[in-house]
Design a protein around this ligand. Structure first.
Ligand SMILES: Cc1cc2nc3c(=O)[nH]c(=O)nc-3n(C[C@H](O)[C@H](O)[C@H](O)COP(=O)(O)OP(=O)(O)OC[C@H]3O[C@@H](n4cnc5c(N)ncnc54)[C@H](O)[C@@H]3O)c2cc1C
Length: 535
């Protein structure tokens, strides 16, 4: 056996999975066909949940240090150009402001970490450098995955190195994090379903050193242009690089479009132009037997709303602890089976959230009229109409905190079933809940520490407000499987008031397994459910 887990694809999802597995001491090999990370634009916003996950991996500050300045504006504008009065200006807190708001929040309605802008071309090399120093992780660029065969014991993959030589690698598990065209998915015969090729845009990357400082209408991160070309300008993390997306006929038009949007003389260099397509697709299945899929390999969304990479990071963190538990011998058969059950419903939900946001974008763009810049009563009316619709519809792209934080694993075999429906999903609003399957809402303790930070990598029974419930039987039940289990006593009243119960059983990824005021009569069954041994 060459390794325990073979990961195909060093995009943000494969790299995050390698780091999470590496931190858990699992041996893995990460294969990437490219010779090195590329300076090509794609995602640029890690959402709040991804940053919470990166905090648990101990890398959130590194991501912030490499990304957009913490005081820089996160505002979003709808404009006719960068020099004309904006049609709409939606203010959003900078990271520094958001951190101050979070520090002052005591009702669990906010995440522990706010978002962070970081361009994918900055994030990937950073994650690569972190993965490379983990002793159990081997990161191999210039290695293309070709094919695999699996049986009950292992997976054997054929790999081609950049010098043309081939090799076979044997692993206990294979994870395809190989993007939208995933060859691992295709070899499994798993199809993507949904809406493909909804729109084709060009994207260009520019270097323009003085533009950000000079934007007359105010600094922000996104400038959507009210035009017939779906044009939008994105400030990248350095504030010296920009991307523009537009529906135009040629690469050369991307220079014209940039100049038209900026509308003032600036020195710039166009570094790259490429095409990309909007899709809303979800895979029928997230793997088979010893082979799993994560990230864009199983869900493709319109970046509107930023649920592409961020959904994939959620997949990676869910899969990592389940693979580690199984490889360490304490995870039962339901643990890995629960990966698809838990994450495919979130993929489905995030495809729907992305559709919701994209429809909002389309709704205000439909209000565009060719006379929108005219200084006439008709021009003023066109501007007012577009602004009115955009003030509602554009928010759908920028304010989906419910989709980011409020997801809950419904019907999972490793979550204790609680009678009733549970809270309904809401893309736009995060309502803290400890309903089993949900992420534990973030709370500050009176000493200023975050409760999340007090919870370790195994299962944790939170015992709140001086509850005296005996836990020996539950501890013994986890010990019988060899599963890591600890009890965290929080004497303060506040967490008990917010969480609503004396006792909460948490998984390694901070999702709630069970809650109650006294342990179930059968604690052995609770441990069996949590560790994937039940049913
Ligand atoms: C314009 C644009 C803007 C976006 N903005 C956002 C955003 O703000 N927020 C967000 O969350 N998402 C955003 N996204 C989506 C985001 O970029 C993707 O969801 C993300 O890259 C998916 O990560 P991944 O690791 O699953 O796949 P990828 O990033 O596609 O990585 C897959 C990797 O696998 C490698 N690979 C493929 N085949 C093989 C093989 N056979 N052997 C070895 N290696 C292989 C590839 O070379 C690649 O490095 C945006 C996308 C676009 C196009």
């Amino acid at each position: 056996m060459d390794t325990q887990v073979l990961i195909v694809g060093a995009g943000p999802v494969g790299l995050t999975l390698a780091i999470d597995l590496g931190r858990r001491g699992i041996n893995c090999i990460l294969l990437e066909q490219k010779a090195a990370p590329q300076f090509l634009p794609k995602m640029e916003r890690c959402n709040a949940r991804t940053m919470e996950i990166y905090r648990r991996l101990g890398i959130a500050q590194k991501v912030r240090d490499a990304g957009f300045p913490r005081d820089a504006s996160m505002d979003v504008f709808i404009v006719t150009s960068l020099i004309e009065p904006p049609l709409l200006h939606l203010p959003y807190p900078s990271v520094a402001q958001a951190q101050a708001e979070i520090a002052a929040c005591s009702d669990a309605t906010m995440p522990l970490e706010p978002y962070q802008l970081i361009s994918q071309y900055t994030l990937e090399p950073l994650l690569k450098s972190i993965a490379e120093i983990l002793p159990s992780v081997s990161v191999r660029y210039g290695c293309e995955f070709i094919s695999f065969a699996q049986d009950q014991r292992s997976v054997r993959a054929q790999v081609r190195r950049s010098d043309g030589s081939t090799a076979q690698l044997e692993a206990q598990y294979l994870v395809g994090c190989d993007g939208g065209a995933s060859s691992v998915r295709r070899q499994l015969g798993i199809k993507l379903q949904g809406e493909a090729n909804l729109l084709e845009l060009r994207q260009a990357l520019y270097r323009c050193d003085d533009l950000f400082e000079r934007i007359p209408i105010g600094k922000g991160r996104h400038y959507h242009v009210a035009d017939a070309h779906n044009t939008f300008l994105i400030v990248q993390d350095s504030t010296r690089h920009f991307t523009l997306h537009s529906v135009v006929n040629s690469d050369a038009d991307m220079a014209t479009m940039f100049e038209k949007t900026v509308a003032m003389p600036v020195k710039y260099e166009m570094l790259y132009v490429g095409k990309w397509r909007q899709n809303l697709l979800l895979a029928d299945s997230y793997g088979r037997d010893r082979v799993f899929l994560a990230g864009d390999a199983v869900h493709l969304v319109i970046p509107t709303g930023g649920l592409g990479m961020n959904s994939g990071v959620g997949d990676a963190t869910d899969l990592a602890w389940k693979l580690a538990a199984t490889l360490k011998g304490w995870g039962g058969p339901r643990l890995l089976a629960s990966y698809e059950i838990e994450r495919r419903q979130i993929g489905d939900r995030n495809v729907a959230a992305s559709r919701h946001a994209a429809r909002g974008r389309r709704a205000w763009r439909a209000m565009y009229r060719p006379n929108i810049r005219d200084h006439t009563p008709e021009g003023a009316e066109a501007r007012a109409n577009l602004t009115r619709v955009a003030d509602v519809e554009q928010r759908k792209s920028n304010e989906m905190i419910g989709a980011e934080l409020g997801y809950r694993y419904v019907g999972s075999p490793i979550i204790w079933p609680e009678p009733g429906e549970g809270p309904a999903p809401n893309f736009m609003k995060y309502e803290p809940t400890t309903w089993p399957g949900a992420r534990l809402p973030h709370l500050w303790l009176s000493d200023g520490t975050a409760l999340h930070d007090r919870i370790g990598d195994g299962y944790t029974l939170l015992r709140l407000a001086g509850a005296l419930s005996g836990v020996a039987a539950l501890a013994q039940a986890f010990a019988a499987y060899g599963a890591p289990f600890s009890v965290l006593d929080i004497a303060e009243e506040h967490p008990r008031d917010i969480y609503g119960y004396d006792l909460l059983l948490l998984r390694p990824d901070l999702h709630v397994v069970w809650r109650g005021n006294r342990l179930p009569d059968d604690p052995v069954k609770l441990a069996a459910v949590a560790t994937g041994h039940y049913g």
